[in-house]
Design a protein around this ligand. Sequence first.
Ligand SMILES: Nc1ncnc2c1ncn2[C@@H]1O[C@H](COP(=O)(O)OP(=O)(O)OP(=O)(O)O)[C@@H](O)[C@H]1O
Length: 461
Amino acid sequence: MGIPEPVGRQSDVAYLPAAGHHVVLGTAGTGKTVMAMLRALYLSDPGVAGSGRTLLVTYNNALVSYLKHFAGETDRLHIRTYGRFARGFLHHHGAMKGQAIASSPSRRRLIRSALRAVSSKYAAHKFFERDPGWFEDEIAWISGMGLRTWEAYEVVDRLGRRTPLSVSLRKVVWEITEEYRLQRAATGHAYDWHDMAAAVRDHQAADDGPRMYRHVIIDEGQDLSPEEIRSLAEVVDPEGSVTFFGDYAQQIYGQGMSWRACGLKVARVEMFKDNYRNSTAIAEFAIALSELPFFGRTDELVPPVAPRSKGSLPTLVACADRAQEIAVVRSTAQQLGQVGTVAVLGRTWADVDEACAGLAVRRIDKDQKFRWDYAPGVYCTTYHSAKGLEFDTVLMPFCSEDTVPLPEVVKALGLDDADERESKLLYVGITRAKSDLVITYSGTKTRLLPEGDGLYAEVQP
Ligand SMILES: Nc1ncnc2c1ncn2[C@@H]1O[C@H](COP(=O)(O)OP(=O)(O)OP(=O)(O)O)[C@@H](O)[C@H]1O
């Protein structure tokens, strides 16, 4: 399977000038990843005027493997996750001593410890009883925005959270952030995954040698933080370019930030609206979901144009219990996996493993080196790790009222924020399907899915 020929505005984007910054927004399936690849190949081609060493950054290792399958890496073209790029950059600058990056469990432990330390200085207050996940999320947001002082945090517009925080509580969050950073430094970790971008920027600012890359292309850019995007723009040669591809309908970490927050001077913003992936029936179901009140709005959403190929309606299977859902997943996956690619997508790895128990599956796990080859068969992964990928059939089990939104997320972030994030995850899952989509649930289905005549077929096993 090769890279498709660009059509219409796609060609404009793939072969934009090799200087200046460009932003390309488009809904699911409009060819952003394909154009990101073509642009990367173009800008790294020694025969092209202004070409040079190019970095194509994407979201996770599954996507890196997917991109490498089509584009391949050379000395002039690097395909990396942001984390791998930042580690390499900091290593090159001698700033990756020992266990420099706090792992996610260490970070969690340290934030909990910082929360306890700060709360002990105050009278008892229900704010400190919030789920620690809320504090983890807020500290990640602060790092992602590149807020380095209380003064900056005090006045910033807190996008991506529906319930505002008073200034006095913000001050407490800031104290917890500082305490966490102190405790982390004391354990020998200079960074966590969220604040490496600030370190990259600091080291780049102190280095007046040649920049590491002539061009950077960012795929799935909506889930990189502004600080990460700024850091990428700063490692680019002043004569070079940054091209940002993103879809704000698929922003799954709730940061509520747009490329505009990064301060990029952009020569041109392009919009992709034609969906080349999903059948009409699947696209209409996804569009209906994105129009529900839970979904949240940003100025950056591109209105999609439904594709032309019809296809069958998404199927919602009403099951008696989870065991019956698993049986439906198994028989459908076994049958359709013989002729095409089938993905079993779950909200958590525990759900994925439960749904796929005893089934011969290929696990798309970001920690294991998954190699993409497009062979027919059954694949399994989480909604998060499925981002950017596509399959002939997508099976989404456990979409019941009591499991979606995920109760842990509701506990950590409150119902409104949880609804918005979980809707976007469902949207990502649904839009991975090219021709067939099967959603199962037990009891009552989640209210985050759209209702409507002709949108889906409801069946019983
Ligand atoms: N010009 C084209 N002609 C034919 N097929 C195309 C064209 N452009 C893209 N496609 C196909 O459309 C599908 C979606 O493309 P791609 O994955 O690049 O979309 P995307 O915008 O990155 O989607 P998402 O954001 O949902 O991951 C792929 O199968 C791709 O090969």
